[in-house]
Design a binder for this molecule. Structure first.
Ligand SMILES: Cc1cc2nc3c(=O)[nH]c(=O)nc-3n(C[C@H](O)[C@H](O)[C@H](O)COP(=O)(O)OP(=O)(O)OC[C@H]3O[C@@H](n4cnc5c(N)ncnc54)[C@H](O)[C@@H]3O)c2cc1C
Length: 439
């Protein structure tokens, strides 16, 4: 009898974990991703703020799978899946499957707010982070030459929308970049006029964390020069301004600025709905506790794209990793004629870095840490979780360098694609003028 063929779409945390769990089995696995590299998303904000090079947080997928002869990889964008005839259509071929694991991740959620899609900078993938880094540095370059006061103020105001983990980490890193490093690069700029504003629609930052950790995060950010505005809901974004209203008093306010960074919402990758799967109102595919699609028991959904009926899981890397393992184990059970098992998530905790010697951590939902100990733990855990030794070496080297020199050496404006244009493209676009593609 021929080996069963499993296809995995998406080589993020969930897809890689699923592929690795097939090691040593007699199943033929094909992993597909539109990129030939895996991105360690939890450090994207450090690429955007000149702490790390993009190469430091990615790893070639073939390298990650080289010890697994039964797993093949192909760089391919999947265009469509026919779940009835069990065939995948990519940009250059048709691929049949016996079992399918969909691990296509998530995209930014803009909630239909006018101007957000057109004018905001998302932070969901490597291209986004390089694009944002270009924008930040380019704003300072332009501001240095700008004679008009209000235009200069717009260039020097950076608004981050969303006070969850990504927004808080980015706000802290951006404040350190600006007031710690860029202040030495641009002597003609009055840095008392540079603003980093964090807008959060809810009443507290880090809504998933206990209250005293949220309070600590807010206080630390304020000490670092970030203007934190809670209960502040964005209503519109324009090319040079963000409009928001106070959730309690309903009064409208405006911040003139050229850079609005959107970290306020995430939804399931829209491809699932496009391919005919049933999704919830957050774009995630509704699946059984075993992670199977109810109509197609050979199809599993894992990671940010999955919404199991029995339990709501946060969109976190450990959830994606554990779901990838569960899906693989369930396919192996199905092949042996056994029943698939429900997913059981073991929550290890969550942590957020705010700045030098400042972080918060909630471990196993029980132990809460702040300050230096939480900061050390954050560094250690992120270093340990990076995909390869080479990544760990480069990231550690950069962290040590920045720590002792108080300098961020990656403050470069780089083209995203080879180009002969000398200036970066306008905000929200790539060098060739296209909007940046989100996952
Ligand atoms: C800025 C940021 C910071 C984060 N920080 C943390 C953190 O500190 N801790 C934490 O636990 N979690 C964090 N997360 C969340 C975590 O990264 C996600 O929960 C996790 O990546 C989800 O894994 P996934 O495999 O479902 O999706 P992803 O990791 O997003 O992978 C999806 C993959 O599918 C591929 N793909 C999509 N569509 C197609 C297609 N049509 N054809 C081919 N390939 C396709 C993509 O290229 C991508 O490689 C962060 C996320 C972001 C964006």
């Amino acid at each position: 009898m021929n080996n069963q063929r499993v296809v995995i779409i998406g080589a993020g945390f969930a897809g890689i974990s699923a592929a690795r769990t097939f090691a040593g089995t007699s199943v033929d696995v094909l992993l597909l991703d539109r990129h030939n590299y895996h991105t360690f998303l939890p450090l994207l904000h450090q690429v955007a703020t000149c702490e790390l090079e993009p190469e430091h947080i990615v790893c070639p997928i073939r390298k990650l799978l080289k010890a697994q002869p039964n797993v093949q990889f192909a760089t391919n964008e999947v265009k469509r899946v026919d779940f009835v005839s069990q065939v995948i259509e990519t940009n250059n071929c048709l691929i049949p499957y016996d079992y399918l694991i969909l691990a296509c991740g998530s995209t930014s959620q803009f909630f239909g707010i006018p101007g957000v899609y057109e004018h905001c900078f998302p932070l969901k993938n490597l291209e986004n982070s390089v694009n944002l880094r270009n924008q930040i540095i380019y704003c300072f370059e332009l501001a240095q030459e700008e004679a008009d006061f209000s235009r200069r103020q717009e260039l020097l105001t950076f608004t981050i929308v969303g006070g969850g983990a990504t927004g808080v980490e980015l706000a802290g890193e951006l404040a350190e970049l600006i007031y710690g490093t860029l202040v030495n690069d641009y002597p003609a700029i009055d840095f008392r006029r540079v603003r980093v504003v964090l807008l959060q629609a809810g009443d507290k930052l880090l809504p998933e964390m206990p209250l005293h950790l949220s309070v600590y995060a807010k206080r630390q950010l304020q000490k670092m020069g970030v203007e934190v505005k809670v209960a502040s809901r964005v209503t519109k974004v324009m090319e040079n301004a963000v409009y928001w209203e106070d959730s309690h008093f309903k009064n409208s306010q405006t911040i003139p600025c050229q850079t609005v960074i959107w970290t306020a919402g995430v939804c399931g990758n829209p491809v699932a709905k496009k391919w005919g799967l049933v999704t919830d109102n957050n774009g995630k595919v509704t699946v059984l506790p075993t992670l199977q699609v109810p109509e197609y028991p050979q199809v599993y959904i894992v990671g940010d794209l999955a919404a199991p009926q029995h339990e709501q899981f946060p969109m976190l890397a450990p959830v994606a990793i554990q779901q990838g393992t569960t899906a693989t184990n369930n396919i192996l059970r199905q092949i042996k004629g056994k029943n698939p098992q429900p997913m059981r998530y073991q929550h290890q905790g969550s942590m957020v870095i705010i700045g030098r010697h400042a972080a918060v951590a909630n471990l196993f939902g029980k132990v809460n840490l702040t300050g230096f100990v939480a900061w050390l733990l954050w560094l250690f855990v992120h270093l340990a979780c990076l995909p390869s030794t080479r990544n760990r070496f480069h990231v550690l080297l950069n962290w040590v360098w920045s720590y002792f020199s108080c300098d961020r050496s990656v403050r470069l404006i780089l083209p995203l694609h080879p180009t002969n244009q000398s200036k970066p493209a306008p905000q929200g676009t790539t060098e060739d003028g296209k909007r940046v593609e989100i996952n």
